[in-house]
Design a protein around this ligand. Structure first.
Ligand SMILES: [Zn+2]
Length: 194
C-alpha cells in the first residue's frame, strides 16, 4: 500500500470518527478528543488490516512430505476481530486442525491465517468457515476442522448484556465430516486435559 493511499484512508476514517463524536453530542474540540479521530484511524488500519492480506497467500508455503499423513492441530490461537454488525470487538480462541495428504504448511502460518480473516469486519460463523475452506483449497488435505470460541462485546456490553457467554462455532470438512473417530480424536486433542 502506498503512503498516499494510506493518507487518503486515514483522512476519511478520521473525518467519519469526528462526525460520530459530534453525532453523539460530544465536543470534538475538547483536549481529550482532539487527537482521537486520527488515533482511531491509525488503529483501524491495523484492526482491519486483514482486508489487505491475501489469506491463500499466507499458507502458500507448502512443504511436500509424502510420509506425513498424521493430524496437525494448533489450538488456543488467540484472535481479536470486529463484529460487522456493530463494529465492536469479538475475541477468543481458534483451534485449527487438518489431516494432510502429503502437503504441510508452517504451524505459524495457521495462526497468521486466523489473523488474516479476523482483522476485518467479520462474523464468527464466516470466520470459522473461511479458515476451513482456505485450508481445504490451499493444502488439499484429507480434511480440516476449525473451532472458534468467542465473547462478543455486542452481547456483553449492550443488548442482552450477557458478559462471559461464549459462542462456539465449528466447521468440519472432508474426513472430519465423514469419520466419527477422526473427528472425536480432534475434539479430544482440542478439549482434552482441560
Ligand atoms: Zn455484533
Amino acid at each position: 500500500m502506498s503512503d498516499s493511499g494510506n493518507d487518503v484512508q486515514l483522512d476519511a476514517i478520521a473525518e467519519a470518527v469526528k462526525v460520530i463524536l459530534e453525532g453523539i453530542g460530544e465536543d470534538v474540540d475538547r483536549e481529550g478528543l482532539r487527537d482521537t479521530p486520527r488515533r482511531v484511524a491509525r488503529m483501524y488500519t491495523e484492526v482491519f488490516g486483514g482486508l489487505h492480506v491475501d489469506p491463500a497467500g499466507v499458507i502458500n508455503t507448502v512443504f511436500d512430505d509424502e510420509n506425513h499423513e498424521e493430524m496437525v492441530i494448533v489450538k488456543d490461537i488467540p484472535f481479536y476481530s470486529m463484529c460487522e454488525h456493530h463494529l465492536i470487538p469479538f475475541h477468543g480462541k481458534a483451534h485449527v486442525a487438518y489431516l494432510p495428504e502429503g502437503r504441510l504448511t508452517g504451524l505459524s502460518k495457521l495462526a497468521r491465517l486466523v489473523e488474516a480473516f479476523a482483522r476485518r469486519p467479520q462474523l464468527q460463523e464466516r470466520l470459522t468457515t473461511q479458515i476451513a475452506d482456505t485450508l481445504m483449497d490451499g493444502l488439499r488435505p484429507h480434511g480440516a476442522l476449525v473451532v472458534v470460541e468467542a465473547e462478543h462485546l455486542c452481547m456483553s456490553m449492550r443488548g442482552v448484556k450477557k458478559p462471559g457467554s461464549v459462542t462456539v462455532t465449528s466447521a468440519v470438512r472432508g474426513t472430519f465430516c465423514d469419520n466419527n473417530a477422526t473427528r472425536a480424536e480432534a475434539f479430544s486433542l482440542i478439549y482434552g486435559g482441560r
